[in-house]
Design a binder for this molecule. Sequence first.
Ligand code: OAD
Length: 235
Amino acid sequence: MKRKKSKIVVLSGAGISAESGLGTFRDKGGLWDKHDINDVATPEAWRKNPELVLEFYNMRRELVLEAKPNQAHSALVRLERYFDVQIITQNIDDLHERAGSKNILHLHGEILFAQSILNTEKVYPVKGSRIELGDLAPDGGQLRPHVVWFGEAVPKMIDAEQIMKEADILIVVGTSLNVYPAANLVYACPPHAEKYIVDLNELSTAKQKNLHHLKGKASEKLPELVDQLIQESKN
Ligand code: OAD
C-alpha cells in the first residue's frame, strides 16, 4: 500500500520574487517607500484618482510580464514529487504558475486579471499589459485590477485557513508577516507541524509566531530546505 504523502503548505510573499527583479514592499527602497498606499491601493484612492491607480498597477504588470521565476520558485515545484504541496501566496505575480507549481491560492489577487467594478466575483484576463480608463467588462462596469486593496475583504481567507489546518509542514518564505489577516494564517497551522521561515532578514514576527528561521536569500535557502525535506522523506 502506498503511504499518504505529507502535506506541505507554503506561505509566500514578495521576498520570493525579489531575485526575479520584482521589488518588495517594506524593505528599504521598497514599493511603499516610493508610493503612498493611500494614493494607489485603497478603494478611496480609486474613487479619488482611478487613472493614477490604474497606472500604478499597469507599471507593476509590465514588470511582472518581464520577470522570470527564480530558483526559489523552481525548488517548490520539485517538492511536488514527494509531498502534497499547496502554495498560499500573497503575491499578485504569476511566477509560481510559470515555474510549474500546481496548487496555488492567490490571497491578494492576480495582477494579470481584471474585475468589473460592478461585480468582484468575475475575473477577466488583462489583454496586453494595461487596463485603461474606459476599458469595460461585459457587464458595462469599468475594469479594475483583480487585486485586494487595503480596506477590502480578503475572500480567499476561509479557503486558506482550511488549507493551513491540514499542514504537516509549513514553509513561510519572503514575507515580513506584517499584513493582516494573511499573517494570522500561521496560527491556523496545527501545533505539531514543523514550521520554517526563509527570509533574508531577522524578523521579530518570526519569533513571535514560533517559526524556525533560515536566514538568507530565498534562491539559496529554499532549495537547501527542499533538498533536506526530500532526503528526510526517503529515510
Ligand atoms: P514585505 O515587503 O512586507 O516583506 C518582504 C520580506 O521579504 C521581508 O521580510 C524581507 O526581509 C524578505 N526578503 C527580501 N528579499 C529577499 C530574498 N531575496 N530572499 C528572502 N527574503 C527576502 O512583503 P510581503 O510580506 O509579501 O499586499 O507583503 C505583504 C503584503 O503587503 C503584500 O501582499 C501586499 C503588501 O501591501 C497588498 O497589496 C494587499
